[in-house]
Design a protein around this ligand. Structure first.
Ligand code: MN
Length: 294
């Protein structure tokens, strides 16, 4: 095993509101939508925040997406989802929603109704995963991945939930996460006690990022503070890190890079400017479907 080296450590950018429900930090900062983080595009972290009771849930109203996938991981509370392809769902803490926008959907994302009514803590992460050109116009799809469906690997002083991709144990045994993906990638949800080690084996040539949500860690001799993202090099085949004195909550995001041009404009991610113009026109003409009012 050869440990991957650090390419860049991204500072925690300022938080901004998505709708009135999610105060997020875009943890990929200036490297979002670049080849450096491919096959991923963007990563928003909404740290735990308390909301008072409210009849109408906070959130973000109808908006479109085309050309990629949105992956929502709920840490606290619940998130309700509704889209123009007919998917209506609510996911709670520990659950994941893997939505393939593909050719286009209009969707809305709100705090769960019961959580909103009672008031409470909401925390979530949303990852945008690119689609290769050949699949950008695939049919929209919705994969609810419940906590019970996600394999949990116990480590000395921690655990890994394998949401997507292969996980190779210390004894060489392999398990595969439940997410069905268009390109090979891995998403590990990791919690470590103070001083605990993580060693994650990955196929050669994959990109890898460590998004540190809470706590601190040391990787390749460098101390990393919370809400920083470490971008690792494509060389090497292992992510090796050690949690700091308060432990660490982190995501390992890794995958085979998609070596294609990226044309990103708001909620649309295509390969060319022309395709972006088509996406805007298709959305405005209602060709991504519509959502009835709540
Ligand atoms: Mn959205």
């Amino acid at each position: 095993m050869t440990a991957k080296s650090i390419e860049a450590v991204l500072d925690a950018p300022r938080a901004h509101w998505v709708g009135d429900g999610f105060l997020v930090r875009p943890l990929f900062g200036p490297l979002a939508f670049t080849a450096a983080v491919s096959p991923f595009l963007m990563f928003d972290w909404a740290a735990p925040a308390d909301f008072p009771p409210r009849d109408e849930p906070h959130g973000v109203g109808p908006h479109p997406h085309r050309g990629f996938e949105t992956v929502t991981i709920v840490y606290d509370g619940a998130v309700d989802h509704r889209d123009s392809a007919g998917h209506v769902d609510s996911i709670a803490a520990g659950d994941v929603q893997w939505m393939t926008a593909g050719s286009g959907v209009v969707h809305e994302e709100f705090h769960g109704r019961a959580v909103a009514a009672a008031g409470g803590t909401v925390s979530m992460a949303q990852l945008w995963v690119n689609l290769p050109a050949a699949h950008k116009m695939t049919r929209p799809r919705y994969q609810p991945i419940l906590a019970a469906d996600i394999p949990v690997v116990s480590l000395p002083g921690g655990r890994v939930r394998v949401i997507a991709g292969p996980w190779t144990g210390a004894d060489g045994s392999e398990i595969v996460g439940p997410a069905d993906t268009f390109t090979p990638l891995a998403v590990y949800d990791v919690k470590l006690d103070p001083g605990a080690d993580l060693r994650a084996r990955l196929p050669g040539g994959w990109s890898a990022m460590v998004a540190l949500l809470e706590g601190s860690l040391t990787i390749a001799g460098e101390r990393i503070a919370a809400t920083r993202t470490v971008v690792l090099g494509r060389g090497g085949d292992e992510v090796a890190l050690t949690a700091g004195v308060t432990g660490a909550t982190l995501l390992v995001l890794a995958g085979r890079p998609i070596d294609e041009p990226i044309a990103a404009h708001g909620p649309f991610v295509m390969n060319t400017r022309d395709e972006i113009h088509t996406a805007i026109a298709d959305y405005q003409a209602g060709r991504m479907g519509r959502l009835d009012p709540r």
